[in-house]
Design a protein around this ligand. Sequence first.
Ligand code: ARG
Length: 579
Amino acid sequence: MNILTLLHAKVRQAMSQAGIPETLSAAVAPSKNAKFGDYQANGAMAAAKSMGMKPRDLAQQICEHLQLDGIAHQIEIAGPGFINIHLDQNWLASQLQKASNDTRLGIEVHSPAQTVVLDYSSPNLAKEMHVGHLRSTIIGDAIARLLEFMGDTVIRQNHVGDWGTQFGMLIAELEDKLEDGDSASLALHDLEKFYQSAKKHFDEDPAFADRARDYVVRLQSGEENVLALWEQFRDVSLSHSEAIYEKLNVTLTPDDVYGESAYNDDLAVLVEELKAQNLATEDDGALVVFLDELADKEGNPSAVIIQKKDGGYLYATTDLAAMRYRTGTLGASRIQYFIDDRQSLHMKQVFTLARKAGFVPQDTQLEHRAFGKMLGKDGRPFKTRTGGTVKLAELLDEAIEKAADVVKSKNPELSADEIADVARKVGIGAVKYADLSKTRTNDYVFDWDAMLSFEGNTGPYLQYAYTRIASIFRKADETLDTFSADVQLDAVQEQTLALKVLRFSEVLEQVAEDAYPHTLCAYLYELASLFMTFYEACPILKEDVPAPVRASRLQLSKATARTLEQGLALLGIEVMTRM
Ligand code: ARG
């Protein structure tokens, strides 16, 4: 149990003994200022109000029952009725010691565990993956790792766009290229160019356009040779994405791909059901659902097209089918979508409609984890110098190159192999951290210099903090992983650092709940900064430091390093012992 949960339970118990109804919360929170203790219980005010009592009197009654012997060394009432709790340093020391030697750093798994489907990355296969998919991939993957660590059953779903009318055009183009003697992988080497050339043929050559349209029909009716071409296209395009996942150190595998095409057979069935439920109505030849729940200010219902005039299905239709597959077949009780905020209306529509039609049980959590745009330093959407879309593969190579330059200049002693390894970890880590450390729902500015800096809230700063501790252990001739010593927390810097380490699990709970990874980043940054403060104030390796103090400080350093390592690992960022 983490400290927050423990204190919550203790205060709530005292409230019960003071006759306060169970519905009223203990409202325990970490104190913003050390003056007010380490934690505060703020529930007395609201409880007093609802019970018609004086808040300070009620706070007094709670304190009389509050059993924190051995846990807190001081409890006081402040202001209108805050209860300030000052933790006992010996208790903190023993908690820290236990946590730092535990494989899970003392963090308990969720109980009960949930089955959570995470829909992330999900590029359209018709084109090269671009920066627009970077945020979804990075953020979704961090949350996947985190929920898995918390014990949930995580099912990743890469809902790739591998179906739709544009595939007719792409297949026709591929057929031509194969006839010219190209292999599929050669023809599709540059998907961007391939797409443009297909589009050009489609627009300029009526015979080609007819063939493309014909292929759409034949693809949909499952004609074998057309399907085979489609599969070739799909495989090559997917292999491009997979190369990026690998470079990016993202956990998505080919097994996680479950694209739009997977739902084909269910779409007609689903549309029939919507008709039978009188939810879908014909409107100008198309099938539309009107949702009063999402009506605009004038009272016009929100329209969701589920089948076009020509019989084709839409993005929304597929998403509805996906929702019932995820709950019905995969058994999800929570589904999270990592998609940019421009699709907010779409997500609201399909969530509302899925519930209305009974495609998902009422208690299933449906969450659109929206995020803002990635901007260039000029504040406009991130583009190449000539205004084109930036290819992800090239962006990541650039990150690694730039990181190599930085690493070489910082540490000329590293071998070429070491530089390559460190540059990959630092470059990729910097790109990921720059994204994850910003509030998810805001736009953010992609800035090479800022993200590769060794100062401030950056990936390299945190990786560097880890390597510093590793080097302390090297100098002390001790092994970080197996080191174990008694902890004593005398200096205030030691106490502050220890409490910070122990708050790791509170932070993870929070992020598991709201999927805002910047909370974890801010925590790790504060942790690293507190470590630096501690290290300056509390020498470890100096000769005059008594052996037990030195050992205790090493143990505290170990706890910090392990927390940094675990926290970064959850963000998909690797550490190293030298950089
Ligand atoms: N392929 C879509 C795009 O690139 C994203 C799909 C997101 N997932 C979903 N279930 N709609 O915009």
